[in-house]
Design a protein around this ligand. Structure first.
Ligand code: M6R
Length: 600
């Protein structure tokens, strides 16, 4: 949530900052701003709305070789120009962008800043005012910056300008992601590497509670005691084309279409030279040492966890519990003797998941992160990481990360099973190949799915997804996709649960999307469809080849029954995509949301 950038070098910074913010817009898009600094001082431009709105107010003739920028997802204060970052201290000397939440900002205001008139409702303004206060008390800027950081409770990624020194950007982070990018006679700052691939692919990771002094020729990392820390840069294995839409109208459609390719890439990445599936032996050891796995995740990744539990339990025979990250701490179950925590997270930055990771690490438990982002916070902090290799996922609605998560968990389950001499009665590499082909068939069925979407979803207020067994979990994911991008109220239910309350919501014409991909429950889910049809519902039955019946609306190709979620989700994604499109919604940037949820 929120994205920050910074540039210091020999070129005009405006375009680099604006381009960087465009790449970070997926992190928040309700307002944006940049501050650029030259010999005449600091010039701030900020605007409610998207980066395009900001771009339209930035003055071309202000040239400045140092600058910082921000795209916002509002936490404290409505989206407005006043609340947009950068924020400035009263004298205008200090200018700051911030990603995160300062939990004790009201207390700090009362204790230190009683005489200050605040111009925004944000927590951020407190930080920049504290820095000015301590500088006015006679402290050097860096000392004042550090002292301020020691007072802050919560999360932050910060970039600070001092109008009296146009050769430095001060940077710090705690819990919120932040990288420094290295160039030849310039350096940059960004919430993620994608933002600055335009100028460099060399980045240095920052660790919590570090302060960084960035000039055009040097990057000095220090801890809060002022001791210098040496850290080698890494090369971001990303290509600029990975983050372009190309000819696609929306990233979401591009990412849906990438799923066959991603599935094949995962098979390849997790294969050894002999063609066998392989996983880091340390991870397999951890899987074999545990007596119970606890999957922790949020949103789509949680839904992947529900399916992943089936894979691990059925293939590797290890008991698994799946928990919503934001609830886990309040309702922590009685843990088994040797728990292994698996964090499923596309971004690797989700604050709710991270807070559980911190908690269980303090308790001394083992942890693993399954993520798409190498070097992300959850990846760095867990004992082990499995990568999704899905390429950057930019649309807020997660699609290819979900199917990649399922493929990687299936491989983990398979390799673990074999290490325990448990026979898996199918060849996973072969079956995932069939899945990839089936995904292709589904991606080629866009016209038909658009038609179905128009028929069932173009005017409705609500929609229910039903399924039994593993289809129930895919229904939950289908409902999340639909609601988050089309704003149709949608819920996923277990077929058998409807009659215990939800059926009261069925009215004449209410669309019901029923999944029927499991032979063992095929007749019972069809019974549930009959129950809702008798009450006026309009059923859209999505079945699998071999199980289809006359009234089915759409039939997906046949794959191994345990792996059906990898393909039955594709029509769910496309139905949601077209519903959003037909309703003129911004598919990639739905209202109120952001891609990386870095606040709890
Ligand atoms: O990055 P993560 O996988 O941890 O994100 C978790 C959720 O915020 C995410 O899946 C969210 O639900 C998506 N917008 C769903 O499409």
């Amino acid at each position: 949530m929120c994205g920050i950038v910074g540039y210091i070098g020999n070129d005009d910074s405006k375009e680099i900052l604006l381009k960087g913010l465009e790449k970070l817009e997926y992190r928040g898009y309700d307002s944006a701003g940049i501050a650029v600094m030259n010999e005449n001082g600091v010039h701030v431009f900020k605007e409610k709305g998207r980066i395009a709105d900001l771009r339209s107010i930035v003055k071309e003739d202000v040239l400045a070789k140092t600058g910082i920028g921000h795209t916002r997802w509002a936490t404290h204060g409505v989206p407005s120009t006043e609340n947009a970052h950068p924020h400035q201290s009263t004298s205008g000397r200090f200018t700051l962008v911030h990603n995160g939440v300062i939990e004790n900002y009201e207390l700090l205001k009362r204790e230190y800043l009683k005489d200050v008139t605040f111009v925004s409702e944000t927590d951020t303004e407190v930080i920049v005012q504290l820095i000015e206060l301590f500088v006015n008390d006679g402290q050097e800027v860096l000392v004042a910056f550090r002292k301020t950081l020691t007072l802050l409770k919560g999360s932050y990624a910060l970039a600070l300008l001092d109008s009296q020194n146009n050769e430095t950007i001060y940077v710090a982070k705690n819990k919120s992601p932040l990288l420094v990018g290295l160039g030849d006679s310039f350096n940059v700052v960004a919430s993620d590497a994608m933002a600055m691939l335009q100028v460099t692919n060399q980045f240095v990771e920052l660790i919590d509670k570090e302060v960084v002094i960035v000039t055009k020729d040097h990057v000095t990392i220090q801890n809060l005691n002022g001791e210098t820390i040496n850290r080698k840069p890494y090369t971001a294995e990303l290509d600029e084309s990975d983050i372009e839409k190309g000819t696609y109208p929306y990233y979401m459609l591009k990412e849906i279409d990438e799923q066959p390719l991603v599935t094949r890439k995962i098979i390849q990445m997790y294969q050894d030279e002999q063609g066998n599936l392989t996983i880091d032996p340390k991870i397999i050891k951890a899987m074999n040492e545990t007596d119970r796995i606890y999957i922790i995740a949020a949103g789509t990744s949680y839904h992947a966890g529900l399916v992943g539990k089936q894979f691990i339990e059925k293939m590797a025979k290890i008991p698994v519990e799946v928990h919503v990250a934001s609830e886990f701490s309040y309702n922590m179950p009685i843990l088994s003797e040797k728990p292994l925590f698996i964090f499923i997270t596309q971004s690797g930055e989700t604050a709710d998941s991270r807070s559980v990771l911190v908690q269980i690490k303090e308790m001394g438990h083992s942890s693993m992160t399954i993520t798409n982002v190498q070097g992300s916070t959850l990846s760095r902090e867990a004992d082990y990481t499995l990568l999704l290799h899905a390429g950057p996922e930019i649309a807020v609605a997660s699609t290819k990360a979900y199917t990649a998560q399922l493929a990687v968990i299936a491989i983990l389950a398979d390799v673990t099973a074999k290490s325990r001499n448990i026979t898996v009665d199918f060849d996973l590499i072969h079956e995932l190949g069939i899945v990839a082909n089936a995904m292709e068939v589904l991606c080629d069925s866009k016209e038909e799915l658009e038609h179905i979407s128009r028929e069932f979803l173009s005017v409705t207020r609500n929609c229910f997804f039903i399924g039994r067994s593993i289809d129930y979990y895919v229904g939950q994911e289908g409902a999340l996709k639909l609601k988050e991008i089309s704003y149709i109220q949608a819920e996923g239910f277990a077929g058998g649960e409807l009659k215990h309350g939800t059926i009261a919501l069925i009215e004449e014409g209410t669309p019901i999307i029923a999944l029927a991909t499991q032979e063992s429950v095929n007749l019972s889910i069809r019974g549930n469809v009959k129950e809702v049809v008798a009450r006026g519902a309009k059923p859209c039955i999505i079945s699998m080849k071999g199980l289809e019946m006359d009234d089915d609306t759409f039939v997906i190709p046949e794959v191994h029954d345990l792996l059906t979620p990898l393909i039955s989700v594709v029509p769910m994604q496309l139905l949601a995509y077209y519903a959003a499109l037909h309703r003129d919604c911004d598919v990639d940037k739905p209202r109120n949301l952001a891609k990386s949820v870095t606040v709890e």
